[in-house]
Design a protein around this ligand. Structure first.
Ligand code: ARG
Length: 412
């Protein structure tokens, strides 16, 4: 029998998919579950896959690679899709695609299957990634093919003795990893409705957050966070600790109407406490050590990088080129940032770096001012020369005069 590798989450859909693939395509299923820092009992997930009929079930720990090759480069880029979403789910998919391909090749599988529906971005990311890495491997998307409603899926599960999660069914669809959690569906589909309190599981409601502010100090080396409150920490524990501390203060909630790859707008509720504050701190440090033109340019790169991560183009050469730029830009992004967390807000209250371009003797209004104020006169003369020249020839001769610039029209 041919073998198919299935990206297995342990949930109802992918469990049903194990059986469905067997019935429909007469294949043996190898279930692969990738740990990117989701809170899950992976032993139970593995056992469930076998119980439901997989011939083999593998759990891979992808956390190290996820942080090193995906999360931290995204942080260095300050990647936020549409300026808001730190891309947790999106970043995990190309890593999963790579690991699924590795296993499919070593097992001699003919196809890779995933549980995505036809409406989301994840199908795009998985398939573009798999097609890039192994064009010979076929892709099967059971949930896109089987046309079953939720009800019918449950009946299918009952028929084949597939355990249906007994825990009170959440009305939401969640996806989570170290970099953040996403929630969709249920009450969230009405964009006028405030997200019900039970959507949030990583962050405290700001009103219930501690009455006293907490300060955290994050130390960066070349754009990578390496210390927390002066203590050296590896990436994974640092991110986990940040999620905990920041979440406790009610920071990291994002309510985003986003533009999906497949052309629809969707309302997404994210919780990404560590991501939000680390990006904020990283940016604050960059503000201090990078020149104005570098900062301006890097903002544009951040938009490009975010779009291509979101759109599933991780394995494109453009991503590689931009990654090289981003890495190079981080040479002097070493220093510390102090953040104050308080009832749903996080504020940068201090930054320092040996590479700081902030020069007190140039910035001060107090004693010790080294700024040559007289030079300002000549500077402004030349700086404003094009505006002055043009005004004399055109603006001052307009019959409606300079006020036309203020939105006054001829009729008025
Ligand atoms: N909208 C987000 C994204 O496209 C989150 C997707 C969550 N995925 C999921 N299978 N629930 O990255």
């Amino acid at each position: 029998m041919d073998k198919v590798v299935l990206a297995y989450s342990g949930g109802l859909d992918t469990s049903v998919a194990i059986r469905w693939l067997h019935e429909k395509y007469h294949v043996d299923v190898i279930a692969v579950t990738i740990d990117v820092g989701n809170e899950k009992d992976f032993t139970a997930v593995k056992q469930k896959a076998l119980k439901v009929g997989a011939i083999k079930a593998v759990v891979l720990d992808g956390k190290e690679d996820f942080v090193k090759y995906f999360v931290f480069p995204a942080l260095q880029a300050n990647a936020l899709y549409e300026g808001q979403y730190p891309l947790a789910t999106a970043l995990s998919r190309p890593l999963m695609a790579k690991l699924l391909v590795d296993i499919a090749q070593s097992e001699g599988a003919v196809a890779i299957a995933h549980g995505c529906t036809g409406k989301g971005n994840d199908q795009v990311r998985f398939e573009v990634g798999i097609n890039a890495l192994a064009p010979e491997i076929k892709i099967i998307a059971p949930a896109r093919e089987w046309g079953m409603t939720r009800e019918e899926t449950i009946n299918y599960a009952k028929k084949f003795n597939i355990p249906i999660p007994v825990t009170k069914k959440s009305p939401y669809s969640f996806d989570e990893n170290l970099w953040g959690k996403s929630a969709e569906c249920g009450a969230l589909e009405d964009p006028w409705v405030e997200p019900p309190a039970d959507v949030y599981t990583w962050t405290k409601a700001p009103a219930e957050a501690p009455e006293k502010p907490q300060y955290v100090e994050i130390g960066f080396e070349k754009g990578i966070p390496v210390t927390l409150d002066g203590k050296e920490m590896d990436g994974i524990p640092l991110i986990m600790k940040m999620n905990e501390i920041v979440g406790k203060h009610g920071v990291g909630r994002i309510d985003h109407i986003e533009n999906r790859v497949v052309g629809i707008k969707s309302r997404e509720i994210y919780e990404a406490p560590a991501a939000v504050v680390l990006i904020q701190a990283h940016q604050a440090l960059e503000d201090m050590v990078m020149a104005k033109d570098q900062l301006r340019f890097k903002q544009k790169v951040a938009v490009e990088v975010s779009d291509l991560i979101y759109n599933g183009f991780w394995f494109s050469q453009l991503n590689r080129d931009l990654a090289a730029y981003v890495l190079s830009s981080q040479r002097y992004v070493t220093g510390s940032v102090r953040i104050k967390l308080f009832k749903g807000t996080s504020t940068v209250v201090g930054r320092k770096s040996d590479w700081s371009l902030y020069n007190l003797s140039l910035a001060t209004y107090d004693k010790g001012d080294k700024f040559n104020q007289e030079a300002a006169e000549g500077f402004i003369h030349l700086w404003g020369l094009p505006v002055k020249t043009q005004a004399q020839i055109q603006l001052l001769k307009d019959k409606e005069g300079p006020l036309s610039l203020m939105g006054k029209t001829e009729e008025e």
